[in-house]
Write a protein that binds this ligand. Structure first.
Ligand SMILES: Nc1nc2c(ncn2[C@@H]2O[C@H](COP(=O)(O)OP(=O)(O)OP(=O)(O)O)[C@@H](O)[C@H]2O)c(=O)[nH]1
Ligand SMILES: [Mg+2]
Length: 244
């Protein structure tokens, strides 16, 4: 029996035909595998063979993950076939938002868990593939808003990306080091709010690089789109490299 949530995949919402605006909601089973890392590695190799680049997008709640995905769509659409798995404890708000923008998306419910593991990610990928005939070259997993647990669980992703928004403060890479150690890309979002917060860019960069000298840092305003094109180009480059 699953410790959390239901012990089955609930496809109840599938009976509704309007998948353009009504997200499919997947109630995830908790993985019973003792060794998540092994499972994640298997999934990563499978995705490599299938030429799907999976990005694990992580951050604290409200840093702008969904807004950033919407902003990226302008630069990704027409250049790559992509879709999104929106993970939340409850609600289908984020998946609805993406579907409305024309991005294939499913909503994953974790039944109270604060992160996704590889098995849950695999369930989500299957559900997402069922919503579209197109092969997805790029899939983004918008993980649960949390700076601690998601960093600890390998989901099988090829790329790990985190967002730090200016109002959260420049000290987050010092306080939640594993997140920044694990990630390939750090996006600093909401730069339009820099004038009203005491966020010090060099301090944020220093704390992050102390943990991870190779982390790539991008500054964006997801609301206005400033800086998003450069981030999109890097995502396209990484996906092309992975899928080559
Ligand atoms: N000023 C400003 N607000 C932003 C920016 N990006 C996102 N927001 C706002 O921040 C709030 C949270 O954005 P979301 O995209 O929902 O954040 P999220 O990380 O997906 O949130 P969860 O999924 O709940 O963890 C919303 O009100 C956005 O409009 C930005 O660049 N500037
Ligand atoms: Mg969101």
């Amino acid at each position: 029996m699953a410790k959390y949530g239901k012990d089955y995949v609930d496809f109840g919402m599938m009976t509704k035909p309007d998948l353009q605006s009504t997200p499919r909601i997947i109630e995830l089973k908790e993985s019973v595998l003792a060794d998540n890392n092994k499972d994640a590695q298997d999934l990563r190799e499978q995705l490599h063979r299938e030429k799907t680049c999976l990005i694990n997008l992580m951050s604290g709640p409200g840093s702008g993950k969904t807004t950033t995905l919407l902003a990226l769509h302008k630069y990704l659409q027409g250049r790559i076939s992509w879709g999104v798995m929106e993970a939340d404890i409850d609600s289908d708000v984020d998946a609805r938002t993406l579907l409305k923008a024309g991005i294939p998306a499913v909503q994953l419910h974790t039944g109270g868990m604060c992160h996704l593991d590889a098995d849950m990610t695999r369930q989500g990928l299957t559900a997402l593939a069922d919503t579209t005939d197109a092969h997805l070259d790029l899939v983004v997993l918008e993980n649960i808003g949390n700076l601690v647990c998601p960093a600890e669980f390998d989901t099988g992703a090829a790329v790990k990306m985190t967002i730090l928004s200016v109002p959260e403060g420049d000290d987050k890479p010092a306080k939640y080091p594993l997140m920044y150690e694990e990630c390939d890309i750090m996006v600093i979002n909401k730069i339009d709010t820099l004038p009203v917060f005491d966020f010090d860019r060099s301090r944020a960069e220093k704390y992050a690089r102390l943990r991870n000298p190779d982390i790539q840092i991008f500054y964006i305003c997801a609301r206005t789109g400033e800086g998003v094109e450069v981030l999109a180009e890097e995502i396209l480059r990484r996906a092309a490299e992975w899928n080559a």
